[in-house]
Write a protein that binds this ligand. Structure first.
Ligand code: NCD
Ligand code: ZN
Length: 374
């Protein structure tokens, strides 16, 4: 029997991390190699991407400069790059208005202060509710990308059987955001919980969610068994019922709200002096992992219905939400095993997600069920 081949338009990764300096080029190349036509490049660099124009005051990186760096690293092979502005104490409604009017500012990113990698420049959510920033975003059609986790919680409140940081955020803060700014377009980034999924579905079309491969494939048991720290990312992978809700949402024939955003977040050193850096690297292998995830979720990728669900999720929904054109170029997913190799960069080696594939990691999974060709 010949291998199943799925031809799809090139897709947008609507949540990815490309870092800086010598990491930029290899990371962008890994995204090009997996058929990306464009990306939303997250702004948690050092310093953060927290001003819009180069000439604006402050030492932060500007949206213009970071976008130019990414286009250059891609040799102009990416059609679309959206860089969300990192919301900080210094963000003003005027910055949002000017940025949006120039056409350059399409999105802003809210991080929970000290809640994840590179989030130490963030400001409390409530500040933006009252200081005109969310209002200016709503008025100017700027998308709010939200890392929806409550911060500053005790360990037991952060992750428990009945409650966790993400659920608190979607229970307490999101309804108020929706009530106050009903026309603000919101992306619930890297959604992980059933409660979050239910919130997005009932919120309707102004609210969407990015979903990572890892949150569709794994649960917290996979992370904890032998502490597979390459799977340590935030928000944490959760329980079976949470994963089931995500799977159901992405397979739904009416799905227009859930789309691919890998949150590919490379770390050259996952283990740190005081713990583990949060972030899973899926550059180069995300469509292959998503295909696998869809099959685990019950999609039949040998049938049109299954392929249609994958196409909506990977290609159409995110483009629709951000108003981007669907690419005329295509790539192919082929059901043929392929091996995963670490990405070597001049800043060090980066291990892709499938659970630690290096030597000395015998349970690591070095093979994927799907290959990708451009
Ligand atoms: C991201 C990173 O490493 O930049 N880490 C992660 O666990 N997802 C930051 C983020 O999006 O939380
Ligand atoms: Zn991220």
């Amino acid at each position: 029997m010949s291998d199943t081949v799925i031809t799809l338009p090139k897709w947008y990764d609507l949540h990815a991390h490309f870092r800086q300096d010598e990491l930029l080029a290899p990371l962008v190349e890994a995204h090009l190699a997996m058929g990306c036509a464009g990306v939303v490049a997250m702004p948690n660099t050092r310093p953060p991407v927290a001003k819009v124009f180069d000439e604006d005051p402050g030492e932060e990186i500007s949206v213009t400069a970071y976008r130019d760096q990414l286009f250059a690293a891609a040799n102009d092979q990416l059609d679309e790059i959206i860089v969300p502005l990192y919301l900080t104490q210094a963000t003003t409604p005027g910055m949002i208005e000017r940025g949006a009017r120039s056409g350059l500012l399409r999105a802003c990113k809210y991080y929970p202060p000290h809640g994840t990698t590179g989030s130490e420049f963030a400001q409390h959510f409530e500040a933006f509710m009252g200081n005109g920033v969310f209002a200016a975003m709503q008025d100017n059609g700027v998308v709010l990308c939200i890392h929806g986790e409550e911060h500053g919680l005790s360990g037991e409140d952060y992750f428990g059987r009945k409650d966790n940081a993400e659920e608190r955020f979607y229970r307490q803060r999101m309804p108020r955001l929706r009530e106050r700014f009903p026309d603000l377009r919101v992306v619930a980034e890297h959604l992980t919980s059933k409660l979050g999924v239910d919130f997005v579905r009932q919120a309707g079309e102004g609210v969407a969610a990015s979903v990572t491969p890892q949150h569709l494939i794994y649960t917290v048991g996979d992370l904890l068994q032998n502490f597979k720290y390459h799977l340590y990312c935030l928000p944490l992978v959760k329980f079976d019922e949470d994963r089931a809700a995500l799977r159901e949402a992405v397979l739904d024939p009416d799905n227009r709200q859930f789309f691919a955003g890998t949150d590919s977040a490379p770390h050259t050193a996952k283990i740190t002096p005081c713990g583990c850096a949060a972030g899973c690297f899926t550059g180069g292998i995300a469509p292959q992992l998503y295909a696998e995830a869809f099959e685990l979720a019950g999609a039949d990728l040998d049938q049109q219905q299954g392929v249609d669900a994958l196409r909506r999720f990977l290609v159409e929904n995110g483009a629709g939400f951000y108003g981007l054109p669907v690419s005329d170029d295509t790539f192919r997913l082929i059901r043929r095993p392929t091996s995963v190799t670490p990405l070597s960069t001049s800043a060090g080696e980066i291990t892709p997600l499938p659970l630690g594939i290096g030597p000395g990691c015998p349970e690591g999974r070095g093979e994927l069920a799907w290959s990708l060709e451009l």
